[in-house]
Structures are given as C-alpha cells and as structure tokens.
Design a protein around this ligand. Structure first.
Ligand code: IVH
Length: 665
C-alpha cells in the first residue's frame, strides 16, 4: 500500500514533467509510447486507490462526461482591457506620457498580443485551484474543469519560490492547425464553421463536457503575474520566474529601454507573426517596474502603464461588381461579393464572403461601390467598409438580401436568434439535393465511388433526384455517357453493391440529418439499434442518448416527420442497406465469452454505458453485484470501499479500464 502511494506520487511528478517538456518547451524527452504506458500505469494504480483521488493528477487531463455548470466568480482583481493604438505616433504619445508622469528612467516590456480568450488562474500551495474567464471584468465563469484539460497549463507547479497563493493571467488559444481541422469537420457535419480561432477558443472553453474540450487541443500563454509582494518588482522578471514554475511564457517578449527598440520590435513582429502557430493581433507594451505601474495606476477601464498596438490587417480597396447568393447542402444562404480581382497578401482575391443580411445592411452596399477588403484572422477575405467619398461620384443599385431561394424560388426563412437565412425546401431545391447526394456518397458515409462532378451530371440528366435513386441507376445508360464506358459503369455498380454492407451508424450519418455528425450517428445507432426505433423515438428517448441535446433531438424528429424522407428511407431499405445494428457490429469478438463482469466507479475513456455495451459486444456478461460467480470487477476512480472489500474477500480479480481495453483488443 505504502509503495503504491509512493509510486502514484512519483508517476504523477514524472508525467507532469513530461507534459511540461512536451507542451510548454516543445522538447519531449520520452517517446509517446513510453508516456502512454506510464499514464496507463498511473490510471491503473489510481483506480485501485480511489482514496488518493486528486483533481490535479495528470490523468485528469482527458476531462469527464459530467456536465459542467459555470458558477459566477468575482475576480479578486478586476480583469481590465487595454487601450488600443494603431499608429507609431500614438505609441510615441504613450511613451512620452509615461516619461512625463514618472520623471525618471523606465523600461518597457514588449510582448505579443495573443488573440484568444483571456483567463485568470489561481494557484494555492503550487496547485491549480480555479480558472475563471474574463466575463464582464468584475465577475467571470468558473471553467476550472475545462481548463484542467489544457496540457500546457500546469496543474502542479515545478521548482520552488512561488507565493503560497497567487493569480496569473493569460490567453487561451486554439492553434491554427487545430482550428483548420475542426472547421473541416464541422462543415462535414453540417455545422457552421467558426469564424476565427478566437471564437473557436472561447466557444470551446464554454463547452459543457470537458472531455470534448480535451479533444480540441487548446493552448495557453500566460502574460500577467499579479502580486503585491516586493520580491516581484519587475514584470519581465516575474514572467521569467513563472516560466521556471512550469508556465508557458512567450519567448518573444523583450525588455526595451528606448522608443527606437520598441519600434524595431513592432516592425519585426508585424511580419514574423505570420510564422507563429497561434493568432496574434498586435503588440502589448507594459512599463516593467511594478512600483512604477502602481504610480501610474488605472483609469476605470484600462491600466495607464500598458497599451496595445494593434497590427493593421492587410486591407485594399476594389470594386464590387455583383453579389451572388449561394445555397449550401443544408439550405443555408451565403451572400458572396464578386469583386474586381485584386492582390492581397500575395493571393488574388475575386470574391469575399458577406456572411448574412445584417452585414449587407450595415455596410449599405451598392453595386459599383469601392469596398475595402481585409484578410484578418479569417481565411476567407471579408468586406470591412465602403469608401463613402468614392460613392458620391455615382454608383449602381443598392444591394438587397433576397427573400426567395435563387435556386428553387422557395420563400426563405430565418430561425429566431440566427443570423443566416435558409431555404426550407430541402426536398426539391437542386443544390440541397445535389449536396445531400454528394454527402451520402462521401468516404466517411457510404463510400461510393462517385465524385461531385458526376453527381451533378446525373442530376442534370434527371437520373437521380434523391439518394434512393442511386440504387436504381441504369448502368447501360451510364456506360454510354461521355467519359464513362462499360468499365467505369461496372465499377460504380460494384461500389454501390458494396455500400449495402456499410454499417448502420454510417448509413444514419449518410442520410444527412441536420446536426447529426458521424459521432452522434454512432451514439444514436447504438442506443436505439434500428431505424424503426429512431424514426418513432420520442423527444425524451432521444434526449436520453449520450451527446444528444435539444437541437439534435428536434432535428431528428423533424427529419422523420417529413413524408418524403420516410419514403427515401423505405426505398433504401428495400435496396438492401443496413438499417439496424447487425450481429457483426455488435459481436466484436469472443474475448470475454463466459465471463461475468461488474463495473464500478467512473472511467477515463469510456462511459459506464459504453463499457456495458463493450462487455456484451465481446461476448461477456455485465452483472450488477459482486458474487462468488463474478470473474472480474472493472474498477474506475471512486469505486466504493464496500465493493472493494467484498471483491477482495471473495477473491474476485480487480481490473482497470486499461486492462479491460487490452482484453478486448
Ligand atoms: S496584459 C492589465 N498582455 O488583450 C493588463 N493582455 O485588449 C492585462 N492580451 O484582455 C492584460 N495578449 O485578453 C496582456 N501579452 C498580453 C496580451 C494581452 C493578449 C489580451 C487580453 C486582454 C486584451 C486587452
């Protein structure tokens, strides 16, 4: 027992150090495999010792399924923002103002201005106890559970010399690479993409399920250590100390003693920031000496000792030629500005998104306007303004948002509280039909050998009007189409035949029900087993499924309330597609045949329901109470002491989640 405690403690220390090396220093000293093995060992030991549970254990980085509630917390020091400047002249003004106010020499720390969402972390005895968002500056949301999953934030500090209690503030960011990947996935699942990594980071931080947060791979830079203690007299030195305690502190910071050095810094990073893995939108200048900061003080909103210099987003003027309206697979209408081509940050821009009706109205756009196009944090360029002067010399018609679908003429709708208009005619509106067929055939769905171009061709020729028509195609006719031939037609026929054995959860995903992505489809399929149960499920039955909330439940019900959708599903069923979980999906192996297993406690990787399903899928039996007939107790964290005692008394073997995974693999 004693040695287990020591082992747990030393594994926790060791894993914390490896986390730091990997996520903060980007310099791992151990292979991923060895790291995983050590993590599994710690998980196993912790499962055996629920009495040693610790929210700051490195095993807690994976988050949990328990729904978070964000309590409001009052900040011990208000979280203020910074005054913004956009020109060298304003930076000079700031510098001169400080010089005049202080009347003595001073140093200015130059830092990058990270473009994410700010966070205040509180540490007590070297351990993270609370993480609070900025909120209104006075009060913020307690997002501690979500923040624990961010690998670059230390849960337990290294070294020594840190104050017993302190707060440190910084920015939570979603790296560009994660942001781009996430948006591809969201669009695939029929969800609107995030506009920029800042929105993605703040949206992620507010997710109710910390396990989901863990998957989003957020990062964090800290830039403000707060202390009234005299030992912490220089902002720059404070951050260097914080770095030794394990915080991620930017290496880009520089302590400057002249205005010239400050301008060199700004000029250098205005360009070099493009190479950074995370978004930045400017430079922050801070008076270094904490005593001088106190002398300068605060206005009601911002410190007088700091200022933000915002980078000018690259912007150029060009002419608006026309506006077109695109209809997406889910019917969402996107207004697009067609522009006189112009080069911006090295690429030719011909089109820019106008997002929605409110943006068009806000800009009071007219055809022929000279508009400013900007490439900011977003990938798609956007129109940020109109040259009012140029307009006076005469422009064309005012741009109005359309009221009818440009493709099918249906009256557009706008959901309450949503910015986008959409075409409700999901059964005969051409881009929606074509989009749905393309989605149905895609690799993650039915994996049918049929690209976008051919879907368009078949649709234009009247050969397919919905996904069910794919299974009654005339291959003689296809073979005679230009660029087809017998061989290609045969390949398509084979691919369609193969798609009939695609498992039910993917068929469900392929149907293209709004908000039902591949993971949700899996959850729904495994919970309700077949299409009859799903199409007739009540709101409550759907809500009871893991990861299904109000929006998804309503969307599923709406889909099956539509007669045309039900008809398509029936035809697909007749064609022979899988509309129920099959024995093969369920009976993954016989590895647990004849074994009876009791589940106890909470787990890292799977929910208890999932574990139950896995036991059954691998031929085992899940039983609720321990008896002499029980083969194993699958133990997670917080296993009850009475159960533990009983298992020991009866000599029933206790296994961890990691052991279990090994058994079924
Ligand atoms: S210092 C009292 N330093 O910018 C001063 N802020 O516009 C506290 N930000 O709310 C802030 N990088 O979210 C500081 N190096 C940096 C920063 C930074 C980004 C954000 C922060 C703040 C906002 C102000």
């Amino acid at each position: 027992m004693n040695s287990d405690i020591d082992l747990i403690n030393s594994l926790r220390d060791e894993l914390n150090r490896h986390n730091y090396n990997y996520y903060v220093l980007s310099a791992p000293t151990i292979s991923d495999y060895d790291f995983d093995m050590k993590m599994k060992k710690l998980q196993r030991l912790e499962a055996l010792h629920p009495e040693l549970d610790d929210p700051n254990s490195p095993t807690k980085r994976v988050g949990s399924d328990i729904s978070n509630e964000f309590k409001q917390i009052t900040h011990s020091y208000p979280m203020l923002s910074l005054a913004n400047t956009y020109s060298n002249a304003e930076v000079t003004d700031f510098y001169m103002r400080i010089r005049k106010a202080l009347g003595v020499d001073f140093l200015v720390d130059c830092e990058l201005k990270y473009d994410g969402t700010s966070i205040s972390l509180r540490y007590e005895d070297g351990r993270l106890v609370r993480a609070v968002t900025r909120g209104d500056g006075e009060k913020g949301d307690d997002v501690t559970e979500n923040v624990r999953t961010i690998s670059s934030i230390p849960l337990v500090l290294q070294g020594s010399g840190y104050p017993e209690v302190f707060e440190i503030r910084g920015e939570i960011l979603m790296p560009w690479s994660v942001f781009n990947e996430l948006n591809v996935e969201r669009v695939e699942n029929g969800l609107p993409p995030f506009a920029n990594p800042r929105n993605a980071a703040s949206g992620t931080l507010k997710l109710l399920n910390s396990k989901e947060v863990a998957k989003r791979k957020l990062d964090a830079y800290l830039y403000y250590f707060i202390s009234d203690d005299e030992d912490y007299s220089s902002h720059y030195e404070n951050l260097q100390k914080a770095k030794e305690w394990g915080f991620k502190i930017s290496d880009a910071s520089k302590r400057c003693s002249t205005l010239e050095e400050i301008f060199d810094y700004i000029q250098y990073w205005d360009d070099a920031r493009r190479e950074l893995p995370v978004a930045t939108d400017g430079i922050v200048l801070k008076v270094d000496a904490v005593e001088q900061q106190h002398l300068l003080g605060f206005t009601s909103k911002t410190p007088r000792w700091a200022i933000a210099y915002k980078f000018q987003a690259e912007r150029i003027a060009t002419q608006l030629k026309s506006v077109s309206f695109q209809v997406g697979r889910m019917g969402t209408i996107t207004p697009v500005a067609n522009l006189e081509p112009v080069t911006l940050s090295g690429t030719v821009v011909k089109r820019a998104s106008l997002h929605n009706a409110d943006i068009i109205a806000g800009l009071d756009l007219h055809i022929g306007d000279s508009v400013y196009v900007e490439k900011g944090g977003e990938i798609i360029p956007k129109i940020v303004g109109v040259d009012e002067e140029a307009r006076k010399s005469g422009v064309g018609e005012r741009v109005h948002f359309i009221s009818q679908c440009p493709e099918c003429g249906a009256e557009l709708k706008r959901m309450e509280g949503e910015a986008a208009h959409y075409c409700p005619n999901d059964t005969t509106c051409p881009p929606q039909i074509k989009g749905r067929i393309i989605h149905f055939a895609s690799r993650k769905a039915m994996n049918i050998n049929l690209g976008e171009e051919n879907v368009n061709l078949f649709y234009e020729l009247g050969m397919v009007k919905n996904v069910a028509d794919l299974y009654s195609l005339n291959f003689q006719e296809i073979a005679s189409l230009p660029r087809w031939g017998m061989q290609s037609a045969k390949r398509l026929a084979e691919s369609l035949e193969q798609s009939k054995s695609v498992p039910f959860d993917r068929v469900l995903f392929a149907l293209g029900i709004r908000y039902v992505g591949s993971t949700t489809a899996k959850k729904i399929a495994s919970a309700l087993q077949n299409i009859e149960a799903i199409s007739s499920a009540s709101y409550q039955t759907l809500m009871d499924i893991d990861e299904v909330g109000e929006v998804i439940a309503n969307s599923v019900m709406e889909f099956f309330a539509n007669e045309q959708n039900r008809d398509i599903v029936n035809r697909l069923k007749e064609a022979g597609l899988q509309f129920a979980i099959s024995q093969a999906d369920e009976q993954a192996s016989n590895n647990l045949e004849g074994l009876s297993i009791v589940i106890s406690g909470t787990f890292e990787r799977y929910s208890r329901d999932e574990l139950k399903q896995l036991i059954e899928a691998h031929g085992g039996k899940n039983v609720s109470s321990i008896s002499s007939k029980t083969d194993y107790v699958l133990a997670g964290a917080n296993m009850g002491p009475a159960k533990l005692e009983k298992a020991n008394a009866l000599g029933v073997k206790i296994i961890s989640e990691a052991d279990f995974i090994k058994m079924i693999e």
